[in-house]
Design a protein around this ligand. Structure first.
Ligand SMILES: O=C(O)C1=C[C@@H](OP(=O)(O)O)[C@@H](O)[C@H](O)C1
Ligand SMILES: C=C(OP(=O)(O)O)C(=O)O
Length: 439
């Protein structure tokens, strides 16, 4: 049974949501909640640390509550009541019988926590939403096995039979379908007997900034990590030494991905949106948003109040490789269908394996509005076309739902099914959207 309620609950469908049309250019200041990737890494590292940690401004959304739930099942004590979350590592490695890890459709939970389960004594049964059973996990589970783990199953559902320790060592993994397959080997590695050396060999390595984030967060927690320069054959290598992780008192950055739809609203309506506390320097790939939005016609500036994005000069097509920042693809596609020239989004074949097949879903759903979108080998090609309203199914994908809301600002008659699916990463999206429109 789920311990979550309301908009954070598993798969609870909300009523069809008529996407509001902007009656005038949007002008608003929009604070965004904490980062999913930062919160979930901090929770994992705090669970492995040598004392009690405090996470300031943690994100309270479906994916982070799922992470807290799994880490509790692994013995940590986690308080998620206030704006600061408190994490106390488990006093013992021994697990209660019947431990279950419910991962929902959270890639970070499904990929980051199995390694922790190998360090416990006892069985942990992992499962998730139906979609999570189809998302890439096999290379990670195989790599953990080669590092000494006992795991029943090659995909979800599977059971980790923890022995209280993991020998560790060197392992090769193909992370072509998700960077999280590497992060999931590195994050717990200081607690493996011999640490780990991970070598990636594959056709591509998506979402590189998230690997930099993993390394930066490990180092901030006291781990010794070496990152080798990329090999001539595209291979990559990381080394994490065994050692202690120190408890932290750290602030979680705002989630730049969650800002994307709001910043896009400024360009879509010719208005101005300011997001406060935009990080100066960050590992989040969302740091690329100002450049991407500027390439599509926005004016962007850092002000004392935050990042300001303005539109008004039209929306132009873009030709860009989003291999490092696939999460931007849905919102950029929303802008591209409103643009005055064609767009190409490249380097995002791995989006077929995310919350849903994002490439097919965007082409089909926005296609039902009249948009001309072709799924290519590694992305999308978008041609300008007149649009009309229709009912859109976000297919249980938070980023698709938010992208459709952007189109709805300028195309009347769009109704979005199950807007509550945005609760995967943005706890109160419909209210935030309405507040933005009210100014
Ligand atoms: O490590 C992380 O926090 C993430 C890595 C990326 O996953 P992929 O490498 O599967 O694209 C990204 O899409 C996801 O939202 C968060
Ligand atoms: C791909 C995403 O999530 P996940 O962590 O489930 O992979 C995402 O948030 O866009």
């Amino acid at each position: 049974m789920s311990i979550l309620t309301g908009i954070e609950a598993t798969g609870t469908q909300s009523d069809p949501w008529p996407a509001p049309t902007a009656q005038r250019p949007v002008t608003a200041v929009v604070p965004v909640p904490g980062a999913k990737s930062g919160t979930n890494r901090a929770l994992v590292l705090a669970t492995l640390a040598n004392g009690t940690s405090r996470l300031r401004g943690a994100l309270r959304s479906r994916d982070t509550l799922l992470m807290a739930g799994v880490l509790r099942a692994l013995g940590a004590e986690i308080s998620t009541d206030g704006p600061d979350w408190i994490v106390r590592p488990a006093p013992t490695t021994r697990l209660a019988a019947g431990a279950r890890a419910e991962c929902g459709n959270a890639g970070t939970v499904a990929r980051f926590t199995p390694a922790l389960a190998t360090l416990r004594e006892g069985d942990v049964a992992f499962d998730g939403d139906a979609r999570m059973r189809d998302r890439p996990l096999t290379p990670l589970l195989g790599a953990l096995r080669r590092l000494g783990a006992d795991i029943d199953g090659d995909r979800m559902p599977f059971t980790v039979r923890g022995r209280g320790r993991l020998p560790g060592g060197e392992v090769t993994v193909d992370a072509s379908d998700s960077s999280q397959l590497v992060s999931g080997l590195l994050l717990a590695a200081p607690r493996y007997d011999a640490g780990v050396t991970v070598v990636h060999r594959g056709t591509r390595l998506p979402s590189g900034p998230y690997l930099d984030m993993t390394v930066a967060d490990l180092r901030a927690a006291g781990a010794v990590v070496d990152v080798a320069p990329p090999g001539a054959d595209g291979s990559r290598r990381w080394r994490v030494e065994p050692g202690e992780l120190t408890a932290a008192d750290r602030a979680i950055e705002p989630d730049m991905n969650s800002a994307a739809a709001f910043l896009a609203a400024a360009l879509a309506t010719g208005g101005r949106v300011v997001v406060p506390d935009w990080p100066e320097a960050t590992e989040q790939p969302g740091r690329m948003l100002p450049t991407l939005l500027a390439a599509m016609g926005a004016t962007t500036e850092r002000t004392a109040a935050g990042l300001a994005v303005s539109g008004g000069g039209g929306i132009h097509g873009i030709d860009v490789d989003l291999g490092d920042f696939g999460e931007a693809a849905p919102v950029l596609t929303a802008l591209a269908v409103l643009a005055d020239s064609p767009s190409r989004l490249r380097g995002i074949g791995h989006l077929r394996l995310q919350e849903t097949d994002r490439l097919v879903a965007l082409a089909q759903e926005l296609g039902s509005l009249g948009a001309r979108i072709t799924v290519t080998d590694d992305g999308l090609a978008i041609e300008p076309a007149p649009l009309r309203g229709a009912r859109l199914d976000p297919r249980a994908d938070h980023r698709l739902a938010m992208a459709y809301a952007v189109v709805g600002l300028v195309v009347p008659g769009i109704v979005i099914d199950d807007i509550a699916t945005t609760g995967k990463t943005v706890p109160d999206f419909p209210r935030m959207w309405t507040a933005m429109l009210a100014g």
